[in-house]
Design a binder for this molecule. Structure first.
Ligand SMILES: [Zn+2]
Length: 191
């Protein structure tokens, strides 16, 4: 099933930085794609958006907001405020309803990133990928921090963090999992 990675730019990130973020994420997801195991989860690109997208079942979505004050995921799960510390660079909340697919909402806090230039793009891309690891594995208990294969799965990331071979295998195994992406953030942001 084809999928795209949608990024909602609610943090006024400039074009050059966004291009760097998009290039880095494209490289990561192409690496996941390149592992052939018989099924076909074909990555079709990163899309930067400002309005509610029409998502295909396997698409992924991450909101890029300035900081927790501007959180949109808090509209999905008001309890995330209890998980926020000064160190929090992003968050993912997952809701499960019995046998139906879980619904996930991910966001990263752009103002928490102090790098500039290309390292800024890499840091943002790394954070997004990390939250999408939580998202796609419907990870309610932060198990990826210890079981996600190191690399971009660990709790604290920066521009020098790299996608590990185990991250690729981990995500590849989960790309077929149905996880509905919460799109309510577009309404939450238009206050
Ligand atoms: Zn995490």
């Amino acid at each position: 099933m084809p999928y795209s990675v949608y990024l909602a730019n609610f943090a006024s990130i400039d074009e050059d930085t966004l291009r760097g973020v998009s290039d880095t994420l494209t490289r990561y997801f192409n690496e996941i794609d390149s592992v052939t195991d018989g099924d076909s989860h074909s990555f079709t690109g990163v899309r930067i958006i400002n309005n509610t997208p029409t998502l295909l079942p396997a698409d992924l979505l991450c909101y890029l907001v300035h900081d927790f004050i501007n959180s949109v995921v808090v509209e999905f799960d008001s309890a995330i405020s209890t998980r926020i510390t000064d160190e929090t660079a992003g968050i993912t909340s997952v809701r499960s309803h019995g046998s139906s697919p879980p619904i996930a909402a991910s966001e990263v806090y752009i103002d928490s990133i102090t790098d500039s230039g290309t390292t800024r793009s890499t840091s943002i891309a790394n954070l997004i990928f990390h939250e999408l690891m939580h998202n796609k594995s419907a990870d309610l208990s932060s198990r990826i921090h210890t079981h996600g294969g190191g690399g971009l799965a660990v709790e604290t990331l920066d521009s020098s963090s790299v996608l590990s071979q185990r991250n690729i295998v981990f995500m590849r195994a989960r790309m077929g999992n149905p996880v509905i992406q919460w799109t309510g953030g577009f309404d939450a942001n238009s206050w």
